[in-house]
Structure formats: structure tokens, C-alpha cells
Write a protein that binds this ligand. Structure first.
Ligand SMILES: Nc1nc2c(ncn2[C@@H]2O[C@H](COP(=O)(O)OP(=O)(O)OP(=O)(O)O)[C@@H](O)[C@H]2O)c(=O)[nH]1
Ligand SMILES: [Mg+2]
Length: 303
């Protein structure tokens, strides 16, 4: 019998190239939040996939970029730390806008990793096949990638090839996690992410990067098949609070409604969700506020 394989596979890349979409696709489920805008993912997100003869542990990470705020810097440190610990590193780029120089910086920042480097070219559904060859050629010269795999995280085209290649080089090891485990993050965390996603989807134009969500109460009432959740959406300015609440509270109500439905699907129970909006001036710059909101200096856990 072939030996069992298991290991950590980190997905790293610039913001908005499709890391979270790829992560969800690899796991076959919507786990990480996805948005049209950059800097959506803020934490390292872990997802476990069990296949015959192996356990693949994927890490979704924040986009690597040059943002200056303390939050941005913590996000980038998190991404780099997740990459360092990995057995396999998936450097994700997008076929629509390869940016050799910026990607070079990203690859440099992960030079210390012992992970086997793959280049994954995403969004091939948006380009002609013949346009891929020059991209592959350019990046090949940049770094000794073990594999270069073009795919579309959105349509799923090429995913099986990536999974096969990962399994080939994954180290022999017993599984790290029990077979019924999907992620190591708590339900509380996932509910906060669902709320944050709805805020992004429903108010991105007005409030780009400045919302955080905390869960104040998460009370299970099994006798009623109910979970009572109270969450707070933190914004940086009074004007943003006004926008989020909306006319007659309508916007906040819509956010709460859509988040509640998704939380119910996630938890498999009824959910009572109450949301508050609170102004936390300049929290993205303030180390103490960041700690309080759950964005600790190092947002990863080593295996
Ligand atoms: N056409 C197309 N769009 C894609 C593909 N993969 C991702 N997208 C879109 O690209 C946008 C960004 O996707 P995300 O998965 O949130 O990107 P990300 O790299 O996780 O972004 P950050 O977390 O902000 O760093 C979304 O609008 C996705 O729907 C793809 O294969 N094809
Ligand atoms: Mg993401």
C-alpha cells in the first residue's frame, strides 16, 4: 500500500488574484470570503481536505502588498509566516495582469521557505490560451518553480491537475487533523467573517477597508435549536456608521438578514442575530485596537 501523505499547502499572492476563490474551490465548499475588491482576507484561514491516501491542509492568506497601516503590515506578516511554514507554496498570479516586478518582490519575501514552489496562473477563463505561453516563460526565469499550472479557480478548469501535482510531492506523514475536521477556526470566527463579507458586499463603495467585526455573544440554546449571536461592526468614522445603518436602519437590517441566513446554513440551527455599529477611531493604525479586535501581531498558528 502507498504510504499516507499529509502536509500544509499555502496559497500566497498579491491582493485580489483569487486566492480565496482557489482555496474554496480546492476544498469544494465556500469557506473563505471572496470579494471583487483587494484586501478581503485578513487572517490565515485553514481548510482540510481528505482524499484517498492523503490529507491536504490548505492555507488561505491575506494578499501581499505594500500597504502602510498597522493592519496592512500585520496582514502581510501573516501571509509570509504562513508561507514559511508550508510544505508546498502556491504562488498565485492572474493571467489577466501578470506583474512581474511585484510578484518578484513577493517571491523574494518568501525565499526562506522550504516549501516546494508552484506557480499557479489563475483566471485563464478570461484570456486566450496563446497568451499564457509568454507569461509562463517570464516567470520560469524568475524562480525555479517545480510546476507551472494555469487554471481557473472560478470555473474549476485545471484544478484536478493541480491536486494531482500536489499529491505527488506532498511529504509522507500521518494526518495532522482528525478526519471529520474541516477547519481549525471557531464557529464564532466564521460568523464574524460572514458578517464582514456582507458588509463588504453591501457597502464597499462607501467604506472600503475599514470595518472589523467582533462577536460579543454566542449562546447556544440546543433545546430551542437556536444560537443567539450579538455582533459589533466597528468602523473608523461617524460618517461610516451612518452609512452602514442606512435610512431608517435599512442597510444594517439587510446586512443582518443575509448574514443570518448564511450563519444558519453554517451552524445548521436557527440563528438570532443582533448587530451593532460602533466607531473605533483609526483602529487600522492602532496596535491596541487591533489586538482588541482580534488582529493580533501574528495571525497564524504553526502546525
Ligand atoms: N474570471 C475569474 N474571476 C476570478 C477567478 N478567481 C477569482 N476571481 C475573482 O477575483 C476576485 C477576487 O477574488 P478573491 O478570491 O477574493 O481574491 P483574493 O486573492 O483572495 O483577494 P484578497 O483576499 O483581497 O487578497 C473576485 O471577484 C473573484 O470572483 C477566476 O478564475 N476567473
Ligand atoms: Mg482572499
Amino acid at each position: 500500500m502507498a504510504p499516507f501523505k499529509s502536509g500544509f499547502i499555502s496559497i500566497v499572492g498579491r491582493p485580489n488574484v483569487g486566492k480565496s476563490t482557489l482555496f474554496n474551490r480546492l476544498l469544494g465548499d465556500k469557506i473563505a470570503i471572496v470579494a471583487e475588491k483587494p484586501q478581503t482576507t485578513r487572517n490565515r484561514i485553514l481548510g482540510i481536505k481528505n482524499v484517498e491516501g492523503g490529507q491536504l491542509i490548505f492555507l488561505d492568506t491575506p494578499g501581499i502588498h505594500q500597504g502602510r497601516s498597522e493592519l496592512n503590515q500585520r496582514m502581510v506578516r501573516t501571509a509570509i509566516a504562513s508561507g514559511r511554514d508550508a510544505d508546498i507554496l502556491l504562488f498565485l498570479i492572474e493571467a489577466t495582469s501578470p506583474l512581474l516586478e511585484k510578484d518578484q518582490q513577493m517571491i523574494e519575501s518568501l525565499r526562506g521557505s522550504s516549501g516546494i514552489p508552484f506557480l499557479v496562473i489563475n483566471k485563464i477563463d478570461l484570456v486566450k490560451r496563446k497568451n499564457l505561453l509568454p507569461i509562463m516563460d517570464q516567470y520560469q526565469k524568475l524562480h525555479p518553480f517545480k510546476e507551472i499550472i494555469p487554471l481557473s479557480a472560478m470555473t474549476g478548469d485545471g484544478i484536478d491537475i493541480l491536486l494531482d501535482e500536489i499529491l505527488k510531492v506532498l511529504p509522507e506523514s500521518p494526518p495532522y487533523y482528525p478526519e471529520d475536521m474541516v477547519t481549525d477556526q471557531t464557529e464564532r470566527f466564521w460568523v464574524s467573517e460572514i458578517i464582514r463579507e456582507k458588509v463588504i458586499h453591501q457597502s464597499y463603495q462607501e467604506i472600503p477597508y475599514s470595518t472589523a467585526v467582533t462577536i460579543e455573544e454566542f449562546k447556544e440554546r440546543p433545546e430551542k435549536n437556536l444560537v443567539v449571536i450579538r455582533g459589533t461592526i466597528h468602523v473608523e468614522r461617524d460618517s461610516q456608521k451612518k452609512i452602514l445603518i442606512g435610512k431608517g436602519g435599512q442597510k444594517l437590517k439587510n446586512i443582518g438578514e443575509t448574514a443570518r441566513k448564511e450563519a444558519e446554513a453554517l451552524l445548521g440551527t436557527k440563528v438570532f442575530l443582533e448587530l451593532w455599529v460602533s466607531v473605533e477611531k483609526n483602529w487600522t493604525q492602532n496596535p491596541q485596537a487591533l489586538n482588541r479586535l482580534g488582529y493580533l501581531p501574528n495571525l497564524t498558528h504553526s502546525p
